[in-house]
Design a protein around this ligand. Structure first.
Ligand code: B12
Ligand code: SF4
Ligand code: SF4
Length: 362
């Protein structure tokens, strides 16, 4: 049985044993970064992600203050795992006839599950080492994405990495290809030091974003972000955003691909994150013509399920429209008669784009 003072060491060892690459502890505080959250919401930067606006009984935005959302929480254990694999960056392979699925979504398993099962191991070890006959079980709770907190702010204060101008958590040694998972606990644990900001005068991510979604350093407008448009946005995508989306069919990596801190990112050996066949530079016809059954089979236990069958076909049609490749016209004509009206409209737009891009100059 370990003493309370040793628990921090036990937690950190448990995290490394569970194959996390980084772990740190942050206290529960209303950190200054969280002051920006309410304005982000009122500016409409969450788009249609209504869950970001969840409020507590007193009408306060839950994610702006973990202290009021979960009053028993005293510390947040932040774990991070590298998901980078030895595959090119989207900015290195610019074949417009192929689509682009984000690096984070290629894996064999949905990252929520891969991170959650590791968090469970850390939580179990924490409970076992804390509990004695005199001491009851601790209050703990695990989250990957769905908790009422801005995970990246807690990751910063746990020393896992700094918040870059692209809003991602960056670690000096590992870069930003990291998934985060958190365990809230009622224990007052000794916190780590926050990671210092190492972006300096660099603005590469802001300059490279094709849809100008990084409206200022550290500020992202989801309505303009390709990741949001291809994954979260239901229904039709605003016409003015479509050309900027290029060949992206699920998520976007550009603001991380261009980041100097990702130049030498190490690769992971975790089997869950090794790419599935066909997902790196996927064939656009394959995605556009996929049946509902094939979609279910291909993306079983994959985060790509989130965009749904119609969403992926809508995205593939738009990417075909941006390809400049006339070869896609017959597929698009077929899709233009699709029973899903959103897919059909995206295909009509795409076919028109291709016809326009083939017109002789002048
Ligand atoms: C909603 C969401 C999205 C939305 C909105 C993204 C966003 N930037 O908020 C969309 C769908 C666009 C998205 C995209 C992606 N996401 Co996401 N997403 C989330 C989620 C669920 C909530 C994020 C959130 O709370 N946003 C609120 C806004 C306000 O936060 P923010 O933009 O980070 O801004 C903060 C700071 O920048 C800060 N700030 C700091 N200094 C300063 C200075 C000034 C002057 C100002 C104004 C602000 C400011 O203020 C804000 C905090 O209040 C988290 C999981 C979680 N529960 O935290 C995952 C999460 C952030 N996503 C993740 C990933 C992997 C991605 C993608 C890379 C996926 C992809 N390849 O397509 C992209 C990255 C795009 C990007 N550049 O952020 C990871 C990030 C890991 C990492 N290394 O950082 C997370 C943590 C999920 C996880 N569990 O691993 N995501
Ligand atoms: S993910 Fe893509 S669209 Fe979103 S901010 Fe980064 S570069 Fe821009
Ligand atoms: S590209 Fe430059 S500014 Fe953007 S996150 Fe990386 S270091 Fe920071």
């Amino acid at each position: 049985m370990v003493q309370t003072g040793e628990i921090t060491a036990v937690i950190k060892q448990a995290a490394y044993d569970a194959e996390f690459d980084l772990v740190g502890i942050a206290p529960v505080r209303d950190f200054s970064e969280l002051d920006h959250f309410p304005k982000w919401i009122t500016d409409g930067y969450a788009g249609e992600m209504k869950y970001m606006e969840a409020k507590d009984e007193a009408g306060r935005l839950k994610r702006a203050s973990l202290r009021s959302a979960i009053p028993w929480a005293r510390s947040v254990i932040v774990c991070a795992i590298n998901y980078n694999t030895a595959q090119p960056y989207s900015t290195q392979t610019t074949d417009p006839e192929k689509g682009w699925i984000s690096r984070y979504a290629w894996g064999q398993e949905d990252y929520h599950d891969a991170v959650m099962k590791r968090l469970r191991k850390v939580e179990d070890r924490l409970q076992q080492s804390f509990m004695t006959s005199e001491r009851p079980a601790l209050q703990t709770r695990r989250y990957v994405d769905t908790g009422p907190l801005v995970e990246r702010v807690y990751a910063k204060y746990a020393g896992v990495g700094w918040i870059g101008k692209n809003t991602c958590i960056l670690n000096q040694k590992l870069g930003s290809w990291l998934f985060l998972g958190v365990i809230l606990t009622s224990l007052e644990l000794e916190p780590d030091f926050p990671a210092p900001d190492r972006c300096g005068s660099c603005t590469r991510c802001i300059d490279a974003c094709p849809t100008h979604a990084l409206v200022a350093p550290y500020q992202l407008d989801s309505n303009k972000c390709i990741s949001y448009l291809t994954i979260e946005k239901r229904g039709s995508i605003a016409e003015e955003m479509r050309v900027g989306m290029g060949r992206h069919v699920f998520g976007c990596d550009i603001c991380q691909d261009v980041c100097p801190w990702n130049r030498k990112s190490p690769v992971t050996s975790a089997s869950e994150f090794q790419p599935r066949k066909g997902l790196v530079n996927p064939a656009l016809e394959w995605l556009a013509e996929m049946t509902a059954e094939e979609f279910r089979e291909t993306f079983r236990a994959s985060p790509i399920r989130r965009t749904k069958h119609a969403g992926l076909r809508r995205n593939a049609a738009l990417a075909m429209g941006n390809s400049g490749d006339q070869r896609f016209l017959p597929v698009l004509e077929k899709l233009a008669a699709d029973e899903d009206l959103i897919v059909a409209e995206a295909a009509r737009w795409a076919a028109q784009q291709l016809q326009e891009t083939s017109r002789p100059e002048g």
